[in-house]
Design a binder for this molecule. Structure first.
Ligand code: SF4
Length: 766
């Protein structure tokens, strides 16, 4: 759109672009003013259905970030030793040809499965990653962000309900359960603004918070359950004990639409509120009160909460127990729809082309034999069940639910078993932030033959790369998006954000990166067959083609495909039968036939297991490391490990902090703001103490994502990845992972905390 400045004789070249902000993964609609080809202003777009004109404080520095001196602008090739900081600027063409040649060599000499992919925060339609790997022949396509953030819940709920629950409240929601979720800090601001509106319009709506910390929502909760970290599974089972024994569940729904209620009823008898109080340290009376409130107030809503995805051991069963809490009250009465019918948009899975990967290669996915719940075996079973109702052979995003396992990858790199891992492609990801045990990661990267990164800035992983390709940011690319994180096909809305400007320097967008890599790697005919769209706009057009529109038609004009209420009760015109749920039994699987087949009947009903380290499971260790470490909760204005280079952010929030109770701190001689070591069996890192009477006295909560881009880029500094990074303390031992999914432990450990002699070097705090 060209705007006249009001004078006929002088037409300024000013345009307003309707883009989607990717400052985090909320994708808020924004209006970007572009003057003479330069982005000069960003405001919220009042017409965007996601954020209705609101934007968060991160938008304030997005223009600075667009052309920040620390941004990567040209392809680089390493010319010194790995990590030496010696680079040569090369062309995209040279980079992709050389990387392609190396990928072909690795495939010929060792097999394509020896190249793995490491993922960051999923923020869009990232189907091109799996498409590339499926064509290349490696099943090891998504390690990192996908493995332990949202995707565990996504696959577990898909196995239980046949679909992931929608993440929005009903307009008349009367009760919200924030189980390990704090929308005020976690970056999902449209959700936070929605709750603010909900509670302002209905001051009587109830709030239940489950969190060891006193979050913004805990402070105003009707019931706050301050649980011992990692005991979520026990708490959910305790709630179910109350709900079932007091007959507060939705009998009609449970009888008609669930499978295996009797086995659950029997199993939860062991989890009396008194027993659960012993495990969780939450008083029994509060457990009863919360369960009753949750089960009797309608509509009630429980949004996704990250912490149970990251607890490692017991992760799958804890998330299953949380999912079954929703089943007991009746799916649609929760204000959530578990079987949203797909709209006509091509699903991301069909763009990923899972069928391209031969069955013989699927079987080689690292960790699939030990941990099938998060890999090809479960992906296939869930997809087969879904296909009955969704009419697509694959509907679930492959890159979100079908992942190799980091702990097994680490073993393979070090031992060559079951086969060596030789290459890693790392995309929009700082694995020092999203893979546990950073010391192990550092050594593993050093052993690789090939490390390729597509990134915004020189992160520690980029500093260790062989080839570095510069990434275009959200202001420089078009993006087709659907709400609820499931891609446009299941979200009920297709919406495109336009590029505000052309990519700066030699940056390329995500699709262009993978297409360029494909061109450098595959034979011409194979490349043209699977990468026919010359740019992301053409590819997006193909995705939305069944709607009868071009993606550009949906800029500022979202195509909505709302789900009918209780879709599972409607008749499938193809079969004349009720759709039911997209599970093997067609019902909500309280007893999981998928887990039964993958493992045994012992895993089909949820149960509680202690964390791998805890005062209960490892009392001797707890004597030396007496505090429970919980890590990974988000905090503004950063987004995971991003934005540490932005001056305004660092001046306001310069240092890493951990929360500690004032009494605990006093006993350790620690004062507010003191630099301290946090130490576990794996290692230690430096953060500053923040005294907080809201946190459990036995617990410390450490920030994640810290590194110092102002430090030298050469080894051993590498941006100070080892100084304040909490993953120096987290664990990735295979035996400590969730035994069903292999999800490693990003959150919990026994630790000790003590004063540091001096502060780490930090140019922002000098
Ligand atoms: S919440 Fe903030 S950073 Fe995230 S997309 Fe919205 S405006 Fe951008």
């Amino acid at each position: 759109m060209v705007i006249m400045d009001g004078r006929e004789d002088v037409m300024s070249n000013v345009e307003l672009k309707k883009s989607l902000c990717f400052g985090c993964h909320s994708n808020c609609g924004v209006l970007v003013t572009v003057e003479d080809g330069k982005a000069t202003k960003i405001e919220g777009d009042p017409q965007c259905p996601i954020n209705q004109g609101k934007v968060c404080e991160r938008v304030g520095f997005q223009l600075e970030w667009l052309d920040h001196p620390k941004r990567l602008n040209y392809p680089l090739k390493r010319i010194g030793a790995r990590g030496s900081g010696k680079w040569q600027q090369i062309t995209w063409d040279q980079a992709c040809k050389e990387i392609g040649a190396e990928l072909r060599r690795l495939a010929d000499e060792y097999g394509p499965e020896t190249v793995v992919f490491s993922h960051g925060t999923g923020r869009s339609d990232e189907w091109y990653i799996s498409r590339f790997f499926n064509q290349y022949g490696s099943p090891n396509v998504a390690m990192g962000g996908a493995e332990m953030c949202w995707c565990p819940t996504y696959s577990i709920e898909s196995a239980t309900f046949g679909q992931f629950g929608a993440t929005s409240t009903a307009p008349n929601t009367q009760c919200v359960v924030f189980w390990g979720r704090n929308p005020a800090q976690c970056g999902d601001f449209p959700e936070h603004w929605g709750y603010s509106q909900l509670f302002a319009n209905n001051p009587d709506a109830k709030i239940i918070v489950v969190d060891p910390r006193c979050t913004e929502y805990a402070a105003r909760a009707d019931i706050w359950l301050r649980l011992r970290p990692g005991t979520d599974g026990a708490l959910a089972l305790g709630w179910m004990n109350v709900i079932i024994n007091e007959e507060l569940y939705n009998k009609e729904f449970v009888e008609k639409w669930t499978y295996g209620f009797d086995q659950l009823k029997e199993a939860v008898q062991a989890y009396t509120p008194e027993k659960v109080a012993e495990i969780t340290w939450v008083p029994a009376a509060k457990i009863r009160a919360a369960a009753r409130m949750y089960a009797t107030i309608r509509p009630c809503f429980m949004p996704w909460g990250l912490p149970t995805d990251t607890i490692g051991r017991n992760m799958t069963q804890a998330n299953r127990a949380k999912a079954l809490l929703k089943a007991l009250v009746g799916v649609n009465e929760m204000g959530q729809t578990y079987l949203a019918p797909p709209n006509a948009v091509r699903p991301l899975a069909s763009m990923e082309m899972p069928d391209l990967l031969p069955v013989s290669q699927r079987e080689k996915q690292l960790g699939a034999d030990q941990f099938p719940m998060h890999s090809w075996p479960s992906y296939q079973m869930i997809s087969d069940a879904q296909s009955r109702v969704f009419k697509h052979p694959y509907f679930l995003n492959q890159d979100a639910t079908c992942t190799q396992n980091w702990s097994v990858v680490s073993q393979a790199i070090r031992t060559g078993k079951p086969y060596p891992v030789k290459g890693m492609i790392c995309f929009a990801s700082n694995p020092f932030s999203n893979l546990s045990n950073s010391n192990d990661l550092y050594e593993c990267i050093k052993l690789l033959d090939l490390m390729v990164t597509h990134e915004y800035t020189m992160t520690p992983a980029v500093m260790l790369s062989d080839y570095v390709l510069p990434a275009a940011g959200w202001l420089e690319r078009v993006q087709v998006w659907g709400t609820n994180g499931g891609g446009p096909a299941i979200s009920g809305v297709a919406l495109t954000g336009e590029a505000a400007i052309e990519p700066l320097y030699e940056r390329r967008d995500n699709y262009a990166f993978w297409r360029s890599l494909a061109e450098g790697t595959f034979e011409k005919e194979e490349f043209e067959k699977y990468w026919p769209w010359k740019d992301s706009e053409e590819a997006n057009d193909f995705m939305v083609e069944p709607l009868g529109v071009k993606s550009a038609d949906t800029v500022g004009k979202p195509v909505f495909c709302p789900s009918p209420d209780k879709w599972h009760e409607l008749t499938d015109p193809q079969t004349g039968e009720l759709y039911g749920f997209g599970t093997p039994t067609g019902k909500v699987e309280i007893y999981s036939t998928i887990l039964e087949k993958l493992f045994s009947e012992d895993e089909a009903i949820p149960y509680y297991e202690e964390p791998f380290e805890s005062p209960v499971s490892t009392p001797e260790l707890a004597a030396e490391y007496p505090l429970i470490l919980t890590a990974g909760s988000r905090f503004m204005p950063y987004y995971h490990s991003e934005y540490r280079q932005v001056k305004g952010c660092r001046e306001r929030y310069p240092d890493p902090y951990f929360q500690i109770h004032p009494e605990t701190a006093a006993n350790l001689g620690i004062g507010d703001g003191m630099w301290c070591w946090i130490e576990t069996l794996r290692g230690k890192c430096l953060q500053r103490a923040k005294l907080d009477s809201g946190i459990m006295p036995q617990v410390v909560s450490a920030q994640h994502g810290w590194w110092f881009p102002e430090l030298p880029e050469e080894d051993p500094w590498l941006g100070g990845w080892f100084i304040s990074n909490i993953n120096m303390c987290t664990d990735n031992a295979v035996e400590n992972c969730c035994k069903l999914s292999g999800v490693y432990n990003m959150k919990l450990a026994q630790c000790k905390v003590y004063k540091a002699a001096e502060a780490p070097f930090n140019t922002f705090t000098k």
